[in-house]
Design a protein around this ligand. Structure first.
Ligand code: CS2
Length: 469
């Protein structure tokens, strides 16, 4: 039996605490993956239970067909199972009430984006999907989806293209814009997406760009919850717990956090009643998370891959490695300004505990992918600030060396710049083995490229790693 609205579930499974039949759509979420289900959809489920409103979510997948097909077969229901050493807390989330695969129904998505009922479009599409050029801060006009959407705006394929075309149709119809809520791990994510949307709109129609700039809103957010990619084992365990099969089952940790800039054009769910924090400035929180959680996560991923340790928890189980992770977090904390309401020492210890959660099977391979898109904000930005403060940024040099060693030693990496990275690993100067990587356009910030001492640190760490010490 598969999960549906008529399923009888095992005892102890938390169900939506509101009348789903009365729920109307208010949010389109692009990037209907496990992270969205365990994070924004769960927060919305909690907010709807606290104060009901027209904030049902329509989940959108830009490329894959399967998750939306599975979603529809389950009356848009799915489970979220929070696990730690004390046990498992299964729940069924009811906040999603529709689904669209853009690959098979582009017009359906465009119609929905133009619908006045939709007041928020939220996004989790991963760093590489935006077509952001770190060197200019604007659009990467060579990005495959950006290149297409600049030429044929009426039939978009990428996330920025869809956002712009949706806004254009709203302007034509006299409908106010939707709030664009970026939930990807990019610094000042709202600002970044705003700039990309404005640049693409400007290329098509300057009046559209002015309208979006004047009327639109792109709040920044910091999102956090560890959600590994599901496996057959995940689905089997979920079936045992739920008493029915759930094709969209996932495991996650009990912890979740959401910090949001309170700037919405046409309202929002009461996510604060579900524990989200609304603030005027998200930047300190996102910097803290990118540098203290995601940076060490990447470091663990490359270390784990090099040492044949499959999961984050396996790396954390080696005391010497756990200590390295703690040192990296402390070094990252030194680069931060105070974060309102947060004790960074406690935050670090909580992270160590979260990474060590024995019930969460988070593959180092999963986190290792797309390093070229992740390291600039997770590692390099912290190194720049640390050097500017007169420190040696050694922890960040070590993490950089782990990434380079991983790239050099892994025959097939997953990264949009894999080809260039492969070439950089080719003929290497033994006296300066990281030189080719520093020479890749737009990857390292100029401050690091110009610092020979820091590069020597990277090289020294790289020699150690490659020698297996
Ligand atoms: C991870 C993140 O895959 C990765 O790169 O670092 O997905 C991480 O698990 C989340 O940001 C946690 O909130």
């Amino acid at each position: 039996m598969q999960l549906s609205s008529s399923s009888t579930l095992a005892g102890g499974v938390l169900m939506p605490r509101y009348d789903r039949t009365k729920l109307k759509p208010g949010i389109v979420h692009i990037g209907f993956g496990a992270f969205h289900r365990a994070h924004q959809a769960t927060y919305t489920d909690n907010a709807l239970a606290a104060s009901f409103g027209d904030w049902g979510i329509v989940g959108v997948s830009l490329r894959s067909i399967e998750p939306i097909r599975d979603l529809k077969m389950q009356d848009h229901l799915f489970s979220v199972i929070a696990r730690d050493a004390s046990g498992a807390a299964p729940r069924v989330v009811g906040s999603v009430i529709g689904g669209i695969s853009a690959a098979s129904d582009r017009d359906g998505l465009l119609d929905l984006l133009a619908d006045p009922a939709i007041r928020i479009v939220s996004l989790t599409v991963t760093e590489k999907a935006y077509g952001f050029d770190p060197a200019s801060g604007g659009l990467d006009r060579h990005h495959p989806a950006v290149a297409v959407d600049l030429v044929t705006p009426g039939s978009p394929v990428g996330v920025i293209g869809f956002l712009v075309e949706g806004l254009s149709r709203r302007k034509q119809a006299g409908v106010p814009p939707y709030t664009v809520l970026c939930c990807d791990n990019l610094p000042t994510n709202g600002r970044v997406v705003e700039r990309l949307v404005l640049e693409m709109a400007e290329a098509h129609d300057p009046a559209l760009a002015s309208w979006i700039a004047a009327e639109g809103a792109f709040p920044c957010t910091m999102v956090d919850r560890i959600v590994p990619a599901a496996t057959d084992e995940t689905r089997q365990r979920a079936a045992d717990l739920l008493g029915v099969e759930d094709k969209l089952a996932l495991d996650t940790e009990p912890f979740m956090q959401w910090v949001i800039e309170d700037r919405f054009v046409s309202g929002r769910p009461e996510w604060d009643r579900a524990g989200a924090l609304f603030v005027a400035d998200v930047e300190p929180y996102e910097k803290m998370k990118l540098r203290m959680l995601n940076g060490p996560h990447s470091m663990i991923a490359y270390l784990g891959q090099l040492k044949a340790l499959e999961y984050v928890k396996d790396v954390m189980a080696v005391p010497e490695y756990a200590e390295r992770v703690r040192r990296h977090m402390s070094a990252a904390a030194m680069t931060l300004d105070p974060v309102p309401g947060i004790d960074l020492g406690q935050y670090r210890e909580q992270l160590i505990e979260r990474f060590s959660n024995p019930t969460i099977a988070h593959r180092t391979k999963q986190i290792a992918m797309d390093g070229s898109q992740k390291l600039p904000q997770r590692i390099f930005a912290a190194a720049v600030d640390d050097l500017a403060a007169g420190h040696d940024a050694a922890a960040f040099a070590e993490a950089t060396a782990l990434w380079i060693a991983y790239v050099m030693q892994t025959p097939q990496i997953e990264d949009p710049r894999a080809h260039e990275l492969r070439q950089a690993s080719g003929v290497v100067d033994p006296a300066d083995p990281s030189a080719n990587f520093f020479a890749l356009p737009g990857l390292f910030p100029p401050r690091l490229i110009g610092d020979r001492d820091w590069r020597d640190r990277v090289n020294a760490a790289l020699d150690h790693v490659l020698a297996g010490t």
